[in-house]
Design a protein around this ligand. Structure first.
Ligand code: ATP
Length: 615
């Protein structure tokens, strides 16, 4: 398929005023793309050249792109740079220069999706001597043949910054829309002919069920096989029945499950009955898969981070008796001298690309495994947790850095309270209660896991992971950083939108302000992104891309913010929000959800009532 047809849609998607309109354009585009180009188009929209877990990054430097623009248009590099400094967007810069280009190369050809994709892929794979020249040549080929609009995207994609604002859930919705289109059209006709309100309602219900059913099937496949390109290709070729072929495979990450929260031991036991209660370790989560001698380690974002942890690769080979398995756990740096675990700030230093050996000696890790999803040909995800735990216990050999998470079976709230206090005294974050009969619910936050932290017992002390949707330029001293405050949102996972919840002006050092301005100015957009819901209008909108950990004193009801706001009701907002840090291991769709904020608000209310009763 011609790239030109694709960029016409990209243009519409970029301008879309709402998520629904965006999904409609996306589904029209996907409908037109042939199966042979489907994988490529999905990766390009995700701003990638391969699924995330393959670890092939597309990010090139701005310099290279500027040189490419200069070569293809005949304008001096300095001129290109000057305009880039003014617009802050190399895509727009490329487009403008392409419109007034001084020279037209003879070697032009019509660009196809394949040509664009494979040139970018070759560019990202080329290393060593001569690679810089090869990259320039491959990029020049694309720019020489590009129209101004095509040039805008050719410049943006290799920077890892396509700015379409399309997320994985939007892609899945667009496919559900295509697959159900025929039936939906028939139902729409029926609805028009409906003789009563009741019949209309029945048809509407059927329409909704139809879409939800297909969407759930697509998501279930994605949950165990995080390659949306491949899933889309299967859908295109064989429809939803093709998804039955997708099986759990070591080496392909499963989307992680997440925990709900409850404030008291009593509420946890009321919800779960007898349950398994584990220490909640404060390190980072790893999903590790083993296939014979091949070990792969994935982050919570399903990125391949295998190379960062040589000692875990070794331990998986010696301590895990299963030939093939997928297990999950929390890694923590351990201080041999004091026999204590390091705090999170130290552990996180192990997530690095350089000086891996040195740091692994300085801060060796322990990995506490808490789940198994697959073992020697058998899918364990569907099995109840107590069976998974038994399996996990049977496949770990003692005596190394891989350990089992500490666990106790508890049915009495008092005992749970005591276990919790013990863990807090040991310097842990809290406890994690687990439903003994629940399956592993990939990609979702459900009451199969419930976390209880010290913080829930007082005022709001748990942190929230918010998505930056805009920013305000600084006033006074802050002007020099170009950033004074952030507009941040939670994720509404039911609507796949980002709803404003806080304006954050504090918690950021001068260094952070400058760093944030640097990265945010690269993703600004002129109009409010289609998936963003906010009545507050920042000076600069940005594509939802970065997640920040935020602390606040309280959650309050507010007419200003869109989080959880319905027609006639107030939304929710954070009181005295302050930024703690930028989170690099969370996707925007893994941020705190609207539902979680409402739950936290209710917990806060219950705790406040309990406190008054106690007094
Ligand atoms: P938090 O900031 O509380 O960790 P989160 O939103 O980052 O929350 P959640 O999924 O809500 O993540 O909390 C579960 C996290 O706790 C897991 O991602 C995992 O990294 C960590 N964890 C620590 N110990 C355990 C354990 N024993 N079982 C499961 N998860 C654990």
């Amino acid at each position: 398929m011609q790239f030109d047809q694709v960029t016409q849609y990209f243009d519409k998607i970029e301008q879309a005023s709402s998520r629904l309109v965006m999904t409609q354009y996306l589904s029209e585009l996907f409908d037109k793309v042939p199966a042979s180009d489907t994988k490529e188009i999905i990766y390009l929209i995700q701003g990638r050249i391969a699924p995330q877990f393959e670890g092939k990054e597309i990010g090139f430097g701005e310099k290279l792109i500027m040189e490419g623009i200069s070569k293809a248009t005949g304008f001096a590099r300095e001129e290109v740079e000057e305009m880039f400094n003014k617009t802050g967007d190399l895509g727009n810069t490329a487009e403008e220069y392409m419109k007034k280009r001084k020279q037209q190369s003879l070697a032009t050809e019509e660009l196809t999706i394949k040509k664009v994709f494979y040139n970018l892929k070759k560019m990202s794979e080329s290393t060593g001597i001569g690679s810089q020249e090869l990259k320039k040549k491959l990029l020049a080929e694309l720019f020489n043949s590009a129209s101004p609009t095509e040039a805008r995207y050719i410049a943006r994609i290799p920077l890892g910054n396509i700015r379409l604002g399309v997320g994985d859930p939007t892609i899945m919705d667009a496919y559900a829309m295509i697959i159900t289109k025929h039936e939906q059209d028939t139902l729409a006709l029926e609805k028009k002919k409906a003789k009563s309100k009741k019949e209309e309602k029945r048809i509407e219900d059927e329409q909704r069920k139809l879409k939800v059913g297909i969407r759930e099937k697509i998501e279930a496949a994605y949950n165990i096989h995080s390659d949306l390109g491949e899933i889309a290709e299967i859908l295109k070729k064989d429809g939803t029945s093709g998804l039955d072929k997708i099986k759990i495979t070591p080496g392909t990450p499963i989307r992680p499950t997440a925990a709900e929260r409850l404030p008291t031991a009593k509420e946890i036991i009321e919800k779960l009955g007898t349950c398994a209660v584990e220490s909640k370790y404060d390190g980072f989560r790893l999903q590790v898969s083993k296939d014979g001698d091949k070990v792969k380690i994935f982050s919570r974002q399903s990125e391949d981070i295998t190379q960062m942890f040589p000692e875990i690769i070794e331990a998986m080979k010696t301590q895990l008796v299963a030939k093939k398995c997928i297990v999950e756990g929390e890694a923590l740096a351990f201080n041999e001298t004091t026999q204590e675990y390091y705090p999170f700030q130290v552990t996180i230093q192990r997530k690095r690309k350089y000086e891996i050996e040195k740091k692994s000696k300085e801060y060796p890790l322990n990995l506490f495994l808490f789940d198994v999803m697959y073992c020697d040909g058998e899918n364990y995800m569907e099995k109840p947790f107590f069976e998974r735990r038994k399996k996990l216990e049977s496949i770990i050999k003692d005596g190394g850095i891989i350990k089992l998470s500490e666990q106790k079976i508890i049915s009495d709230p008092k005992e749970l309270e005591q276990f919790f206090e013990e863990k807090i005294a040991q310097g842990l974050e809290g406890v994690m209660a687990k439903d003994l009969n629940a399956s592993y619910i990939a990609g979702a936050r459900k009451f199969a896991w419930i976390k209880m932290k010290r913080s829930y017992k007082g005022m709001l002390d748990d942190t929230l992971d918010l998505v930056i949707i805009g920013y305000y330029s600084g006033k006074g001293k802050r002007t020099e950083f170009g950033l004074g405050a952030l507009l941040a949102a939670v994720y509404n996972h039911k609507k796949d939108t980002f709803e404003s919840v806080a304006k954050i002006g504090t918690g950021m050092s001068e260094e952070t302000l400058a760093e944030l301005e640097g990265i945010l100015s690269k993703i600004t957009v002129k109009i409010k992104p289609a998936r963003v819901i906010s009545e507050l209008i920042p000076e600069h909108w940005v594509q939802p891309h970065y997640v920040i950990e935020t602390r606040a004193d309280e959650i309050t009801k507010s007419p200003m913010h869109s989080c959880g706001k319905e027609k006639d009701t107030n939304g929710y907002a954070l009181r005295f929000p302050r930024m703690i840090k930028l989170l690099s291991d969370k996707k925007v769709e893994q941020a705190t959800t609207t539902e979680e904020v409402i739950n936290m608000y209710n917990i806060q209310k219950r705790v406040a009532m309990d406190n008054t009763e106690e007094k």
